[in-house]
Ligand binder design. Sequence first.
Ligand code: URA
Length: 215
Amino acid sequence: MMDFSHDPGVVVVTHPLAQHKLTLMRDARTSTGEFRTLARELSVLLGYEAMRDLPLENVEIETPLERMDAPRLAGKKLCLVSILRAGNGILDGMLDLVPSARVGHIGLFRDPETLEPVEYYLKLPDDIGRRICIVVDPMLATGHSAAAAIARLKQAGAENIVFVCLLAAPQGVACLRAAHPDVRIVTCAIDRELDGHGYIRPGLGDAGDRLFGTK
Ligand code: URA
């Protein structure tokens, strides 16, 4: 049994609202429409936690009563990066929080022979090196795609990266922490295991299929 409770780089969002919504998403009876709505709502809560360390600066403002120095975001720009396709399901909730963030996309598939992730799509903002990157994918299963996606972002210049998922397998967390110890992981839960077919157990099934109504 792997234990990440003492790793400050692994944040499990235990807020009751997050846990409640995750349980609804796990339930096989939840429809595609409800699942998509819940994913969006949960991504707001995950984004809130992922952005906890955004730098602030004081600005002088005037309230209706007096002048004050008040904190506002210090202008460090954000880039959300969705790992296709399921990452898109937790993108919009986060964009609700930071509408001016740039959005990158990365698509990877697993080569059936080498089992290595192969990139089939990449579009990132040119100034990614100057942005805080939040990489999103609902399921951190083996961790191989997430690790490969983050390696690609680093190659493109990204230095400050957080990984956000709904649900993780212990193997995925261990893999990503080993490959990228500088990358904080924010998730709603770390489940029991990864099964022989690459599914997280007890999990919530195939996140992409449940989001988009495919089989
Ligand atoms: N991807 C999913 O969508 N579900 C899993 O359980 C594992 C990977």
